[in-house]
Design a protein around this ligand. Structure first.
Ligand code: MN
Ligand code: MG
Length: 662
């Protein structure tokens, strides 16, 4: 009877009904476990498709177990995803480039996520890698944008919010900028009893503005972006006005105190200061935040950042690593006062929970996920085993920092050959301009001891090509001069710390915060020396092309990818203005075609190996770097004889020393 009366009241006055039925009294408290995955990069399974081997340290199938555990621990939970979701494994490439799901089929990663019932998610930069039509299809979101078919296809069950990317055609946001989630939660009243109450959670999403450079080929003329803070200032007041009790920003971006600009990639430090944001779920930087026991954390000494309890400018914040290696958890404590829910900051903290904590076993996988993506997983494994050729030479990145280019030389040879052929038939005006090629070690230990390219000598299959070329970039060539080549290499050389030859203590060779995908090595007849005792910008010496010193005004064509050519990584002079070829082909496919045509990759093809060296200098103390353990034989096999083992760390990594005097 009571229920019927209440329903009647509800029908008469909806607002009154809400407050009568479930609005809490002042002093009521609530605890919500706000859970985050970020940068899953299509790692559904704990599996490495490049090595064709299990990798128990990552994968949503294991992060799912952490999510289920957290749901038991907190009376209330919410689950969000911060983007870079659909790209990053061979599974993702297989589904986007080889065998697309039909309009009524759901992408494997989203199927897996739907088993976990996410509350909302946002869009990362890598979501745009396969183009807008694909993104529209797999996210089930029709885009009213130029040249995009309007389709209503199967997307994830949860809503996607994105406040700073707009259709150039209509000026309207591509996705819903924000959304209010009405949730029932368990609360504790001032007298200590448990009571159900309603809460209105506002969620708003952001992508990094440089997507317009990074995915220019997919986005130019089709979308516009707004600065993260600018979009927040526009939309957060709307979320508040619509009745949100608390607002959670899901931002595919990291934390950086450099001055704010509208194009800022990692704007969270400023976003936190926009009034009305109660918590931030962050990503993109592939980091752990907070990381209380890590003095080397980039957030350890950042101003107004609490790396112990997870606050940025006073706002509870978390970043849950990447590849499904972890989940982020904000233990969000709320108090009802003055007629609305407020965050109790003293009782709130964040933490990151790892799938494989140091020194412990990985958590068990969630069996449901393996089952639901079994067909796509099996099809991907079969696809990546497609043979393409054979190599006499092993190609690895373990010693890329010490001058080993084994994993770059083949990529550069394939890229250069493609462009030389193209110029011959299509760009005769450049027939006399030398073609150089740049490639970087995309996988060089950032993600731990398994995160290296490792292609053994022997048969080559597609998984090996994907190991050599991780990203779905497209081949792009730029025309620059000799000074530009030097500036390009100077920027790459920022991977190294400045070494003081007089210092007796061990010195770290590598700047760990420099992404290895920005360590471009330019080959195809170019040789140079890097002097790490010099300041950045003054390190490239003895720069030669085919043995002759390079003149600053000498013209060159350099083959690279769309990311770099249109400004990715901020290399001097590369802003999209000097592109001479934007090929329709992916760099990786160019590599695959090259191997298929050659059939056998032989040692003489690697004559260009070791085309750069360190300047000879005697150091008083050791110069050290970390790589995977037990790989010294590989260094020797590639002619890297100036590297010695210092110590095995016992966790799959080892410290090596490089003798700069040799
Ligand atoms: Mn990412
Ligand atoms: Mg990203």
């Amino acid at each position: 009877m009571k229920r019927i009366a209440l329903l009647l009241a509800c029908a008469l006055a909806l607002a009154a009904c809400t407050s009568l039925a479930t609005r809490p009294t002042d002093g009521t408290r609530a605890q919500i476990g706000v859970l985050e995955t970020t940068d899953l990069h299509s790692n559904v399974m704990s599996y490495d498709y490049y090595k064709l081997a299990d990798d128990d340290s990552l994968g949503l199938e294991r992060a799912a177990t952490l999510i289920r555990q957290a749901r038991k621990e907190f009376a209330n939970t919410l689950l969000f995803d911060a983007g870079d979701t659909i790209q990053g494994t061979a599974l993702a490439d297989y589904q986007a480039l080889v065998k697309r799901p039909s309009c009524d089929q759901e992408l494997a990663i989203y199927k897996a996520m739907d088993t976990l019932h996410y509350d909302a998610g946002t869009i990362g930069n890598h979501e745009f890698n396969y183009g807008l039509p694909f993104l529209s299809q797999v996210t089930g979101t029709p885009f009213d944008a130029t040249g995009i078919p309007v389709e209503h296809c199967k997307g994830p069950d949860y809503p996607l919010v994105l406040a700073n990317v707009f259709s150039a055609k209509t000026g309207r946001p591509l996705y819903t900028p924000w959304k209010i989630l009405d949730r029932k939660i368990q609360t504790r009243t001032p007298d200590g009893s448990m009571r159900e109450a309603t809460i209105r959670i506002g969620v708003i999403g952001f992508a990094p503005p440089p997507i317009l450079e990074w995915d220019k080929r997919n986005l130019e003329g089709k979308v516009t972006v707004m600065g993260v803070v600018d979009a927040a200032k526009k939309y957060v007041p709307q979320v508040r006005a619509a009745g949100a009790d608390i607002v959670i920003a899901i931002v595919h971006g990291g934390i950086n105190t450099a001055p704010y600009t509208t194009g800022m990639e990692n704007a969270d430090w400023y976003l936190a200061q926009v009034p009305g944001i109660d918590a931030m779920l962050t990503g993109h930087s592939h980091q752990v935040f907070p990381d209380p026991h890590n003095q080397k954390s980039p957030y350890a000494h950042m101003r107004d950042v609490d790396n112990q309890r997870g606050f940025v400018n006073g706002v509870p914040t978390v970043m849950g690593d990447f590849f499904g290696k972890a989940i982020g958890v904000i233990d969000l404590n709320l108090r009802y006062a003055d007629g609305h829910w407020q965050v109790d900051r003293d009782a709130t903290h964040s933490e990151v929970r790892l799938v494989e904590p140091p020194g412990a076993k990985p958590v068990a996988p969630d069996m449901q996920i393996a089952q639901i993506v079994a067909p796509e997983h099996a099809a991907t494994i079969a696809y990546v085993q497609t043979p393409i050729g054979n190599s006499e030479v092993p190609m690895t990145t373990y010693f890329a920092a010490a001058g080993d280019t084994s994993a770059l030389t083949l990529v550069n040879a394939a890229q250069r050959e493609y462009v030389e052929r193209y110029i011959k038939s299509n760009l005769p005006q450049f027939a006399d301009v030398p073609v150089l090629s740049a490639a970087a070690p995309f996988k060089a230990g950032f993600g731990g001891p398994n995160d290296y390219t490792d292609v053994p000598a022997g048969p080559l299959a597609i998984n090996n090509a994907a190991d050599l070329y991780l990203y779905p970039n497209t081949l792009t060539a730029v025309k620059i001069d000799g000074a530009g080549v030097k500036a390009w290499l100077e920027k790459s050389a920022n991977w190294f710390n400045r070494i003081d030859p007089a210092k007796k203590e061990p010195q770290e060779l590598i700047n760990r915060h420099f992404p290895t995908y920005n360590f471009d090595v330019i080959q195809s007849g170019v040789t140079y020396v890097i002097d790490v005792t010099k300041a950045t910008g003054e390190r490239i010496e003895d720069l030669r092309y085919r043995g002759e010193p390079i003149n600053p005004d000498q013209p060159f064509i350099v083959v690279t990818n769309n990311y770099r050519a249109s400004g990715g990584g901020g290399f001097p002079g590369l802003n999209g203005g000097n592109i001479v070829l934007s090929a329709p082909d992916a760099n990786r496919d160019v590599l695959i075609d090259y191997v298929r045509a050659a059939r056998k990759i032989t040692r003489p093809m690697f004559a260009d190996m070791r085309n750069w060296r360190f300047a000879k200098v005697k150091t008083a103390g050791p110069v050290i770097f970390t790589s995977a353990a037990g790989k010294l034989d590989i260094a020797r096999g590639d002619g890297i004889d100036d590297v010695a083992l210092v110590k095995d760390n016992g966790d799959g990594t080892a410290v090596y020393a490089v003798d700069l005097s040799r």
